[in-house]
Structure formats: C-alpha cells, structure tokens
Design a protein. Structure first.
Length: 662
C-alpha cells in the first residue's frame, strides 16, 4: 500500500477515523518508523545543547509517533477485532524498539545534561527546565546508563512487558464477551431493575443464543500474566540499581514509597471504625427485614442489603432517578457549569471531524474571542463486543508551539472522552444513575486539563510531564460538583415531562453522598495497598502467591473477609495494563488535593456567581493551564495560597468525627 494512500500517514488536523482499517496499521507504522529512524540519526549527528538544536527536533519525532500510535491504540480500545489485534502484535515490537533507541540515546542525554550544566540554565523558563529534568530522569529510568548485556536484557524486558499488557486487556475483553448466563425462570430475576432486564434481553437477542457457538480454546487467564509482569518489573528495577519496582515508579511521582504508605495508613485509621459501623447497621437492617442469617452476611449479600438500606434511609430509588438524568440534559448542565467556572463555551461541531462510530459526537471549545481553542470527541455508550469497559479521557494531539501547522499559533489540543453508558432505546434517551453522572464529570475533568492548557511547550502541555499522583486532581475536583444543589437541579429534568427533580429528592441525594463512605474508601485502600505490596515486598515465585497478598490485605480493609476465590487482580487493568503500577495510591493522594481545591470554591461562596467565576479563573490559570510546566506542589500552592490539608476530604466523606475520636 503506497504511503500516500495510507490515511494514517496523511497530513491531517483531525484523524481520519472513518477510513482507517486494520490493514493500514502495519504499513503505516513500518513506514513511519523508517522515517523517524532517519530523523533520529540526523538529530544525533547534528545535536547541540540548545533548544532549537535539541528539543525542537526531538519533540517532532516524539509527537509524530505518539499521534499515529495513539490513534491505533484508541481504535484498539473502541473497535476491537481480530485483524486489529493481529496488526498491533506485528508492529508493536518495532515501535517499542524505536522508543527504546530514542530514550537510550547517549548523545541526546549528554546534550540535555549540557543544557542543565550550562551558565544559561537559570535563564530558562520553568517549563523548559521541567522538560530538561523530565528527559534526564526518563533516560535514566529507561536504561541510558546500561551497557551491553544489561541493556539488551532491559530492552527484552520492555518488549515483553508491552506485549503482556496488551494480552492482559485482550483477555479481559474476551472474558467479558464470552461470559453468559441464560435465565429462563422469571423467579430468578425478581427485583432486578427494568433497565438491567431490557439490556440483558437485548444482549440475548443480539447473540442469537440458540445458534451460538464458541471456540474451544479455554478461558482467558490473567494469573500467569500477572506473575510474569511482576517478575519482569522486579528484574528491571534491579538492572537500574533499585530495590524494587515501586522505587522505579515513584521516581516520576510526588510521593515516596514511605509517604504513599503513610497516607494509606492514615486514611485507614480514619475509615476503619466507620466501616465497622456500616456493617453493623447493615446487619441490623437485614435482621429487621427478616433475614435469618443477618449475623453472617456474605460478600454477595452486601450490595443487595446496602441498596435496600440506602433506599430506606434516603427514600429514593436509584433506578427511578435515572428518569431525571437523561444524557443530553446532563451534558448541557456540565457545559453550562464549565462556562460559569472557566469562561469557555462548548458547542457541537458534528461533521467537522470524522468519527469511528455513529454515536460519537464532536465538540469545539471556544473562549471569549469566540475562536476555537480545543476540540474533543465524546463516545458515550457501551459496546461490549468491541469496546473495553470503564471510562477514560486521552489525548489525540496536544497543544504545541513546535508542532504548529502555520508557525504562527500553537497547534490546538484534541481529546477523546470515552464512557460505557446505557445506550438509548427507541423510546428513551440514555438514562443515567448518579454514579454514571459522576463518571462523566470525572472524565471531563481529565479532558479539561488537556483542553484548557496554555502551555506551548508540547512535552509538558496538558497532563504531559505531570507527576502521576497529581493527574487525578482535575477529574476528582469535577466530581465534587455532582453533589452541589445548583448543579443537580440544573441537570436533573424528567426525560418525558421535563419536570425538575423535586427539591427534597435533591437534598436526599446530597445526604446520601457519605453513605458507607468508610467502607468504600477502604475498598480503594485495598487496591492501593495490594499494588504497593506487590511492587515493593512481594517476591515472584516465592511461597506466597499474589492472592495470598490480596487476602492478607483484605483482612485489614474488609470487615467481611474476601471470598477465598476472589480474583479481582485478574481484571486490575490500572496496574497491569496501564500507567498506575505502584501508583494506584494516586487516587487518594490526588483526592486530598482536589477536595482541598474544591473547598476554596466553598469558601468563596457556591451561591455567589461572581466569586465562582473569579475562583474558576484562578483554577483555570493554574491547575488547568500550567500543565507539567511547573511542579504540581508549586501549582497547588499558587492556586490555594497554602499547603494542602486533608480536612476537606475527610469532611466530604463524613469521616472527621472518626479521626477526631482516634
């Protein structure tokens, strides 16, 4: 296939998602890597320790690969098929090989070191200093100082880890697609929500169950993948002269291993008593309702009785609430809030850019000059046969002065926002639970940092170059707005009648925010603790298994013991197929910061639009605009005017009385 015909290799502002096919991937990546190899060779021949002589050509190389591979990776997440997987498996080793060559270039490393050591260092902007420091640290962590057999082994490990991460995700998707439970006795589904019943009925129809067949190649199993990943990560750490992979991971984060564990310990202390009380209340309620074994509730009982207790205590049915949260109205309210806080308009721009599915919408973001400053795609609905679960926001292209198309203004950022919401039906729009509303606000917070950045140094714009335990600050910050009276009443309108959500129901939703908060926090602390334990003290292949570690931590984080057959780790994509390895604690770390940031808006007055606009402008100009161009602790200090405290986080979760008593 000629390069000019390949859509992945054409010059484009918006990716040609509608015409990219799996057969384009191999020739595109192979051709691109040949071109980039030449560019890298030329850079190494001519490199000099100046911004134009080093960083400008380097950013162009990095950007070209990240944009094209990012498109491929995105399609892999939303349009999975055997042909796409096969293409990625063929070219992924070559892509990883080039990245390693680039990151391990001693000539580039020495040039960055020369900039750092030069008399002109102090004259560089904060953002440029961050770029230099980032690239020096990255080079060391990717083995620039390794020689001969050590470097060869390091590169073998990187290749295998990349492949294992891909296999891990594919296994989860396959297991999800392959699982089915056929129910023909109506008594077995009594009490299930109508929404759930309609979705499962459609799934059964779509599968054509009577004529279905399945390949007999055994169920996907991620256990050996996890063991191998942990073994390789430990070996990688040892090659770099570090004790464990947690030390490798924390090199690029705000916290240290000890500080991360200390945060987990303090939050555990604050939440354990509350979780015990949660369980006792649940047992009392189950006993009151005639459950014979209320004292011996099992894991499979908890969600059922929790939902019944919540309905009883706060007098609302989450399924009934769906009728008040149609997706179009939620998005309208979200965009109105964004305008109020950050002074930008978000407008539909469907037809401007090609999309990968008919349900994908495209939007433009405009500032006060009414000119576009960014764009984003929104892919809202679940497609289990081809789309991985969860929700995420990622970069298509980032803001960059170097990658400007006209050399007069920076390239504008473009972002994907992907969710797995309930699809609409013939007579109903997509109707959301309050948790799904929260998920949309969360991912939109991530997108805002990518879309509203004012950082022109592309290597640290948006969330690029931000320490990973700070990237969740904007997303968790936006979640807080889901639990403000004005926000809820602004988005909650009955999909048929248009009637607003009753005021008393809104207040009950707000009160229910802290329901079982201690229990829910402990569950997150389990994930964070297992992650750190597996990457700091666990010995792969030793007497203790990964599930032994999980079970032991479960005793400290679950008032009811985990089931012996619990295999949650096999779907823990965050740490085995994403960027959160030895970093899942980042959610709690960032949640403390984001809650403190939101409390600044409370102090300004949530009912004072002028104060909100002023505080929103300050948040935008610091946390959303500066990107990785300044250290996160400095950015937070610039916004808040002081160091962060955990008070707001504990208060929002109803845990302040607990910590005061300990």
């Amino acid at each position: 296939m000629a390069a000019v015909e390949n859509p992945l290799l054409q010059d484009f502002i918006f990716p040609p998602y509608d015409v990219i096919e799996p057969n384009h991937i191999c020739p595109a990546i192979e051709t691109l890597l040949i071109e980039l190899e030449k560019d890298l060779d030329e850079l190494e021949k001519t490199v000099e320790p100046t911004w134009p002589g080093l960083v400008v050509p380097l950013e162009k190389i990095i950007d070209r690969l990240s944009v094209v591979w990012g498109i491929v990776n995105h399609l892999n997440s939303v349009k999975d098929c055997p042909q796409l997987r096969a293409a990625i498996q063929l070219v992924q080793p070559k892509k990883v090989g080039f990245q390693l060559k680039l990151r391990q270039s001693k000539l580039i490393y020495k040039a960055f070191k020369a900039i750092k050591d030069s008399p002109d260092w102090e004259n560089l902007s904060d953002a440029r200093k961050r770029v230099v420091d980032l690239k020096l640290k990255e080079a060391v962590l990717y083995g620039v100082s390794l020689e001969d057999t050590s470097r060869e082994r390091f590169n073998e490990i990187e290749q295998e880890l990349e492949k294992l991460a891909q296999n891990f995700e594919e296994n989860i998707l396959d297991a999800t697609k392959n699982f089915e439970k056929v129910i023909t006795d109506k008594r077995e589904i009594e009490g299930l929500p109508v929404t759930t019943l309609s979705i499962t009925a459609k799934t059964a129809t779509d599968k054509g169950y009577e004529n279905a067949t399945a390949e007999d190649d055994g169920p996907p199993n991620n256990t050996p993948i996890i063991e191998r990943v942990l073994e390789l990560r430990l070996e990688k750490a040892k090659l770099l002269g570090l004790k464990n992979y947690a030390e490798v991971s924390l090199e690029m984060k705000m916290a240290t291993v000890d500080k991360a564990k200390d945060l987990i310990y303090k939050l555990h202390e604050a939440s354990w008593g509350s979780a015990i009380q949660d369980l006792e209340e649940l047992r009392d309620y189950a006993r009151e309702k005639g459950a014979q074994e209320a004292n011996d509730l099992n894991q499979w009982d908890i969600n059922f009785w929790s939902e019944r207790l919540r309905e009883s205590r706060y007098d609302f049915d989450e399924e009934e609430l769906r009728h008040y949260f149609p997706l179009p109205k939620v998005m309208e309210g979200l965009f109105n809030l964004t305008k109020k806080l950050f002074g930008v308009d978000i407008e539909p721009a469907n037809g401007t850019a090609p999309v990968w599915n008919k349900d994908v919408s495209f939007y433009q973001v405009k500032d006060s000059s009414n000119a576009p400053i960014a764009y984003f795609y929104f892919d809202p609905y679940s497609r289990p046969s081809e789309k991985r679960g969860g929700a995420w926001a990622d970069l298509v292209v980032g803001r960059s002065g170097v990658c400007s198309s006209d050399n007069t203004r920076p390239r504008l950022p473009i972002t994907n926002i992907v969710c797995n919401l309930t699809p609409p039906t013939k007579d109903k729009p997509s109707l959301m639970t309050i948790r799904e509303v929260e998920a949309v606000f969360h991912e939109f917070g991530h997108a805002l940092q990518l879309l509203l950045t004012k950082q022109d140094e592309g290597l640290v714009s948006g969330n690029q170059g931000i320490e990973w335990d700070a990237v969740e600050i904007p997303s968790l910050f936006m979640e807080n707005w889901c639990y403000q009276r004005e926000t809820i009443l602004g988005i909650a309108k009955h999909y048929e009648s248009g009637e607003p959500l009753p005021e008393n129901t809104c207040l009950r939703i707000l009160r229910a925010r802290t329901f079982r908060a201690g229990t829910l926090l402990l569950r997150q602390l389990r994930y964070a603790s297992v992650d750190l334990e597996l990457h700091s003290t666990y010995v792969p292949g030793g007497l203790e298994s990964i599930y032994d570690v999980d079970q032991e931590i479960g005793k400290r984080t679950h008032p009811i013991p985990l089931l012996p057959e619990d295999r949650f780790l096999c779907s823990f994509s965050h740490i085995f197929a994403d960027k959160y390895a030895a970093g899942y604690y980042s959610y709690q770390w960032a949640e403390v910061l984001s809650a403190d940031a939101f409390s600044a808006f409370e102090e300004a007055g949530l009912d004072n639009d002028q104060s909100l606009r002023e505080m929103g402008s300050k948040f935008r100009e610091t946390i959303l605009a500066l990107g990785g161009g300044k250290a996160p602790n400095e950015v937070f200090l610039e916004f808040r005017g002081r160091e962060p405290t955990p008070d707001a986080f504990l208060r929002y979760n109803g845990l302040l009385p607990t910590i005061a008593a300990t």
